[in-house]
Design a protein around this ligand. Structure first.
Ligand code: BG6
Length: 485
C-alpha cells in the first residue's frame, strides 16, 4: 500500500459470483470502504455466466455476502446502492467481449469515469489465456486511462506452462500492467518481514551464515482438501503451497537489501535470490499423504477416501524439503520448507535458529543444552514474534531456562486487515511491490522442475500428526520442536 490517492476507476471481476468474489473480493472492497480507503468513485462490474442476476438483484446478493462477512451496514450500503453492476457474459466469443466493452463504456459514461480499468480474473486457470486474448482482441487491453490485469494463482502448473502463460499475457499486456496475486504477500505479517529485517539493524547484522544455523518455514493446516479434491488431486502440496506461498516467504527472508522500497527494486532482489538457490536433490525431499486419524478429537477420513480423489492417487498432501542458497550471505545455511494438510492445527511460522555459543558454560544446568537463540516469526494465528533466549532461574541450585521476548499484534494493534484488502487497494493504487513478477514465477517453477518430473512416493501419515516421521531429519532440533509445540 503506497498511500497514493485512489483515482476514479472501474474494477471488472470475471467470476463475479464465484467463491472467491463472494468470500473475499466483495467483503474486502466493502471493508476498504468502511476504512475510508476506497473513495466514492470506485465502481465494480461483476461478470458471470449466470443469467439470473441484473444490477438490482446482484446488489442484493453482494450486500448479503458483505453482511455475512461482518462488514458494517453503512459500508455495504454505500457500495451496493449505486456502484455495483452486473453483466451476464459467457466470455467465449468475440461478440461477448464486444458486449462487455459496450457495458464498460456505458458505465464510464453514465458515471463520468476516466478509462481507469482493472480486470480481475477470479476464474479457473483453464480459461485465463482465452480471457486475456479476448480482452486483447476487443481492444480492452489499453485505454485512455490506465488498464491493469489481476491474475489469481495457480500461475501455470510447471515451468513450461508458466512461461507460455507469461508469453500470452505479454502479447496483450505489458508487465507493468500485470498483477499476479499470491495472497500470502498481502498478509501484514508477511510484509512485516521487510520492516523487521530492514528497519531493525540489530537483526540485519546477524542475518547471514556467520550467525544463523538454519531457517525453517512451516505452514501447517488442519483442513483436508476442503471440498476441492478435484483441483487438489491434480495439484498437490508442492504446486498448491510450496512453489508459491512458501517460496515467496523464503525469498523475503533470504533476499538482499533492496536499494529503495519500490516495486522494481524489491522484486529484483527476490528474483536474484531465487536464481541463486539450488534445486532440492532427491535426498532433500520427503512427500507425505494423510491417512485417517483425528483432529481436535474428531475422526477424519484419509486422503484416498475423500470424494473426488482418484483411486490410488499418489498426490502429496505434505512436503518437507531443504533449499540451499549459493551466495555469500547464505552459503551452508539450510532452509527447510514444510507444509501439510490435516496437521493438528493451523500454524504458519518462520523459525530462525541462530548458531550456538562456541563453548556452552551452562550445558548441564537445566533444560537448555547448547546455548543458542531462536527467533520465531509467527504469521498466523497469534500473529507476532518471539525471540527465545536463556535466563537463570531465580534461586538456587543454578539452573538455566529458555524464555521468549514476546511481541503480539493483537496486544499492540486493533485489527489486522485481510490480505485481499491490501492487494485490491494496491491494484487500484498501481503499486506492484506485493505482486509476483513474471521472472519470479518462472524462477520459482524452475527450482522445482526436477521434483515435478520425478516426484518421490508419498509416505503415509496419520491425520492429526505433524507429518511422516521420515521428514524429521529435515529441520529437526529447536526449529522442529518449536513447530511441533
Ligand atoms: C491456498 C491454497 O492458496 O492457500 C489452499 O490453495 C490453502 O490449499 C490456502 O489452504 C492457505 O491460505 P491461508 O491464508 O489460509 O494460510
Amino acid at each position: 500500500m503506497s498511500g497514493k490517492s485512489i483515482e476514479p476507476s472501474l474494477f471488472v471481476f470475471f467470476g463475479g459470483t464465484g467463491d472467491l468474489a463472494r468470500r473475499k473480493l466483495m467483503p474486502s472492497l466493502a471493508r476498504l470502504q468502511a476504512r475510508g480507503l476506497l473513495g466514492d468513485h470506485s465502481y465494480v462490474l461483476a461478470l458471470s455466466r449466470k443469467d439470473n442476476f441484473d444490477d438490482a438483484s446482484f446488489r442484493q446478493f453482494a450486500h448479503e455476502e458483505m453482511r455475512k462477512a461482518g462488514v458494517s451496514e453503512s459500508a455495504c450500503a454505500s457500495l451496493c446502492k449505486s456502484r455495483l453492476f452486473f453483466q451476464c457474459i459467457n466470455n467465449s466469443s468475440d461478440e461477448d467481449f464486444q458486449t462487455l466493452k459496450a457495458r464498460i463504456e456505458a458505465i464510464e459514461k453514465d458515471n463520468n469515469l476516466p478509462q481507469n480499468r482493472a480486470y480481475y480474473l477470479a476464474l479457473p486457470p483453464t480459461v485465463f489465456e482465452h480471457t486475456i486474448e479476448g480482452l486483447g482482441r476487443a481492444g480492452l487491453n489499453r485505454s485512455a486511462g490506465w488498464t491493469r490485469i489481476v491474475v489469481e494463482k495457480p500461475f501455470g502448473h510447471d515451468l513450461a506452462s508458466a512461461e507460455s502463460l507469461n508469453a500470452r499475457i505479454h502479447a496483450q499486456f505489458d508487465e507493468s500492467q500485470v498483477y499476479r496475486i499470491d495472497h500470502y504477500l498481502g498478509k501484514d505479517t508477511v510484509q512485516n518481514f521487510l520492516v523487521f529485517r530492514f528497519a531493525n539493524p540489530i537483526f540485519e547484522q546477524l542475518w547471514n551464515r556467520n550467525s544463523i544455523e538454519s531457517v525453517e518455514i512451516a505452514v501447517g493446516e488442519s483442513l483436508g482438501t476442503g471440498g476441492r479434491a478435484g483441483y487438489y488431486d491434480k495439484s498437490g502440496a508442492l504446486r498448491d503451497m510450496i512453489q508459491n506461498h512458501l517460496t515467496q516467504l523464503f525469498s523475503l527472508i533470504a533476499m538482499e537489501v533492496p536499494s529503495v522500497y519500490e516495486p522494481e527494486a524489491v522484486r529484483h532482489e527476490k528474483i536474484k535470490v531465487l536464481r541463486s538457490t539450488l534445486p532440492p536433490t532427491p535426498d532433500d525431499v520427503i512427500y507425505g499423504q494423510y491417512a485417517s486419524g483425528a483432529i481436535d478429537g474428531e475422526k477424519v477420513i484419509g486422503y484416498l477416501d475423500e470424494e473426488g480423489v482418484a483411486p490410488g492417487s499418489a498426490t502429496e498432501t505434505f512436503v518437507a524439503l531443504k533449499l540451499r542458497v549459493d551466495n555469500w550471505r547464505w552459503q551452508g545455511v539450510p532452509f527447510y520448507l514444510r507444509t501439510g494438510k490435516r496437521m493438528p492445527q493451523k500454524t504458519s511460522r518462520v523459525v530462525i535458529k541462530f548458531k550456538g555459543a562456541p563453548v556452552s558454560l551452562f550445558q548441564s544446568m537445566g533444560e537448555v543444552g547448547v546455548a543458542r537463540n531462536v527467533l520465531v516469526l509467527q504469521l498466523q494465528p497469534d500473529e507476532g514474534f518471539d525471540l527465545y533466549f536463556d535466563v537463570k532461574t531465580p534461586g538456587s541450585p543454578f539452573d538455566v531456562q529458555r524464555r521468549p521476548l514476546h511481541f503480539s499484534y493483537e496486544e499492540s494493534f486493533e485489527e489486522i486487515p485481510e490480505a485481499y484488502e491490501t492487494l485490491l487497494l494496491d491494484v487500484l493504487e498501481g503499486d506492484q511491490t506485493l505482486f509476483v513478477h513474471a521472472e519470479e514465477v518462472e524462477a520459482s517453477w524452475k527450482l522445482y522442475s526436477d521434483l515435478i518430473t520425478n516426484p518421490p512416493k508419498p509416505k503415509p501419515y496419520f491425520s492429526g500428526s505433524w507429518g511422516p516421521e521420515a521428514a524429521d531429519f529435515l529441520g529437526v532440533d529447536e526449529a522442529h520442536t518449536l513447530f511441533r509445540s
